[in-house]
Design a protein around this ligand. Sequence first.
Ligand code: GLU
Length: 433
Amino acid sequence: MPTTPVIVRFAPSPTGPLHVGSARTALFNYLFAKQMGGKIILRFEDTDRERSNSEFEADILESLKWLELDFDEIYRQSERTAIYREALEKLISAGTAYISKEDINNTNNDKTKRGEVIRLRNPGQRIIFQDLIRGEISFDTTELGDFVIAKSLDEPLYHFAVVVDDWQMGVTHVIRGEDHISNTPRQILIQEALKVLRPIYAHIPLILAPDRSKLSKRHGAVSVTEYRGQGFLPDALLNYLALLGWNPGTDQEIFSRSELIKQFSLDRIQKGGAIFNLEKLNWLNREYLRRVPESIWDDIFPNDWPSALRAKVTPIIRERVSTLTEGHTLIESGEYDYFLAPPIVDKNLLKAPTTLSKTITLLESIPGADFQSQIIKSVLMPYADEAGRAAVLSTMRVVLTGKERSPDPFTLAEILGQAETLARLRKIFHDSQ
Ligand code: GLU
């Protein structure tokens, strides 16, 4: 028996930039479609013309592209008015919907005027549906009354357009945020009036802030564009979003896209809210940054940084930051400018300037080709242990960097090179005589 191919959709309303919660909805739909060899549709739900805006649509498209979530078909509800009109007319002629003349409140000027709306004739039954994540959900729809499904034949409301589209597009599974659970009974009533098949529902848990309230702007970045701007890598964000509410059932945390497609399952989505954990996202980003070619860091440096120096300083930065943007900020702050030119040294910070003499002699004794941090360390450590580590090493560090905190002085010396290291040490030693 041929099985129906899976068709899912991601249906954002372009009333804001792509929220991470919506991106996760898109991702779960994408993973499910790919795993089942099915189709995924992108549908812009832009029937609310006042709130919808083409800039938000562009942001959503750009963010989905950046995350490499691609779609088989793209629609805009604003271009489908004729389809909704036909469906409305069908219901009206069947008597399951009717045009109602009533006093209509104009929200713009608070005036009431006589007008028409289209209402569904609600049989008022109990609606029961099986949700793949939440189990059986049951609603008494009596109190919904004959609810409005369109403002006119050319202005369907959200619930009506969703149902017509899901039907016309052959959607088999509706995977969406659990904030839509309460919309489902209305949508089922509309399906029943239209005599169309009910899709399978899977309502995924909301994304919560660490205080368990709904994740919103006051908690920080919420859009994909913001995370992109902060320097997160698309694969790291995607991996993070996959784990937000989905439990792979193992300890694995790093998933390639193909592993996600293989392992994802709607059965392992949790019911409760998923807490957005920025530390975990930072951790994943660091992991992904280690896996991409090091040249990705080149752009964090201003033009006056020679490329050989960039390559040497990159590992230091990489240990300290979670994103490229943080790395850029660190470089821009001037923290590492001592790699470009000798620092101004505050003599008061020099713990033991007299140790410089011996430090210089020892460093001079290292053949040029061996001037590497491990060797430098093995040459200096016996003296540092004898004369005091703080005295020898902190003095060397302050001379090389002008600072009391920095990477270890052996690494500094290697990066600066033997000639520059000795030049700095000799100058301060002579000045302090
Ligand atoms: N347009 C709705 C939203 O952005 C989604 C509707 C649906 O998935 O059924 O929340």
